[in-house]
Design a protein around this ligand. Structure first.
Ligand SMILES: Cc1ncc(COP(=O)(O)O)c(C=O)c1O
Length: 386
């Protein structure tokens, strides 16, 4: 009765089972995986809501790329970061997952492959399954910091590879694309005629310092789709507005945009009120981002202090994003550790295999929880390790 593409294992893992049990019995726990900013006690300005009550929202204008006023607001988002963007190159989508789906439909035939970083965001497997796309990986390697091994990246490109994906900065490793990596990637992709999808939803959340990082926004060397969205840029996942920015050599770009326009026209999925509000919401962007950045930087400092020199656990160096990765001492199994952390200490943290870490044992934490919750959870985690 059901499609092969949805033939997933539906039985919950041990951690989800324990969690369901906690919820059923009303047992409180500390969630160090919380990644929904609207559940992490940030104060959102009430004025965000007033912008939704405008008469124009009673009119439907079915435009495949989205309303000009909203695409203009996206172009201005990049202009504020000294990046030149033409609103005509912007396509709006209802979330970044939808943007991926549309791009897979545009670029990849069923049974062909897309190349993703490993470790990375677990939803990619489902997104590729749902679009009948095979998933291949290129490794990110850690040596004082995360890097793309460019030789291995190139070797991972096979005859059926139709697109390469960069997550910039990557979730959960927090590693950005460096200017050198971008140059090497461009050279390889130009040579192989491979389009680039650069997921930059976390780009604004740079931890600071002089770690080199560069956007693919406006990349001209190769057909490039740069993704961004409100879920991270304004901490508003419920508003379901993301965008695809198309750039690259004119002949590829023109055809890509014509085809993409038919895809977006088929769905017209972005709601009007959010598009109309986007321009006025830009006024609040800086304050919201600042609150989130202060939270993640403080939590990172707390975590670094808690693990520093006390136990043989290593906080892996990251440059941005909303996550932190701990490498566990040798001999400690990440899955068993997470299970026991939850069942004994009532603290939820993700084991590295959720994100496909190649080797070693890791724990992934969200940096979004309120400071006191985070401190409490990290304290229990460190105690357990000690
Ligand atoms: C790397 C990455 N891309 C995309 C998304 C999804 O974003 P959206 O809520 O806009 O679909 C996430 C969500 O956490 C993510 O981590």
């Amino acid at each position: 009765m059901f499609s092969n593409r949805t033939d997933w294992s539906l039985s919950p893992n041990t951690i989800s089972k324990a969690l369901d049990n906690f919820k059923a019995q009303g047992i409180p726990y500390i969630d160090l995986t919380a990644s929904n900013p609207t559940g992490c006690q940030f104060e959102y300005p009430q004025e965000l809501l007033s912008s939704l009550v405008v008469t124009d929202n009673l009119t439907y204008r079915p435009l495949p790329k989205g309303l000009p006023v909203a695409r203009d607001a996206v172009a201005q988002y990049y202009n504020r970061r000294d990046l030149e963007v033409n609103p005509e190159d912007v396509f709006l989508t209802a979330g970044t997952s939808e943007a991926y789906s549309f791009l897979f439909r545009l670029l990849i035939n069923s049974g062909e492959a897309a190349l993703f970083p490993k470790p990375s965001y677990p939803l990619f497997e489902f997104l590729t399954d749902l679009n009948d796309v095979n998933i291949d990986y290129y490794p990110l390697e850690y040596e004082q910091r995360w890097r793309i091994n460019i030789d291995k990246f190139e070797q991972s490109i096979l005859a059926d590879t139709q697109a390469v994906i960069f997550v910039n900065p990557n979730n959960p490793t927090g590693s950005y694309i460096s200017p050198e990596e971008k140059e090497e990637i461009n050279a390889i992709c130009r040579n192989r005629k491979l389009p680039i999808i650069s997921d930059e939803v976390f780009f604004d959340y740079f931890f600071g310092g002089d770690d080199p990082h560069v956007s693919f926004c406006g990349n001209q060397d190769v057909l490039t789709f740069t993704l961004g969205g409100l879920s991270k840029s304004m901490g508003l996942p419920q508003m379901k507005l993301s965008w695809i920015l198309v750039s690259g050599p004119e002949k590829y770009k023109r055809e890509a945009m014509q085809r993409l326009e038919i895809i977006t026209d088929t769905f017209l999925s972005v709601n009007t009120p959010v598009q109309n509000a986007l321009k006025s919401w830009a006024l609040f962007e800086q304050d919201i981002q600042k609150d989130i950045l202060v939270r993640i930087r403080n939590n990172l400092k707390e975590l670094s202090g808690a693990v520093d020199g006390k136990i043989s656990v290593e906080l892996l160096r990251a440059s941005g994003g909303w996550s932190a990765v701990l490498r566990l001492p040798e001999g400690i199994d990440e899955e068993k550790f997470s299970e026991e952390l939850l069942s004994h200490e009532h603290v939820l943290a993700h084991p590295g295999f959720f994100y496909d870490f190649e080797e070693g044992n890791h724990i992934v934490l969200s940096l979004l929880p309120p400071a006191d919750v985070f401190r409490d959870g990290v304290g229990k985690l460190v105690d357990k390790l000690s």
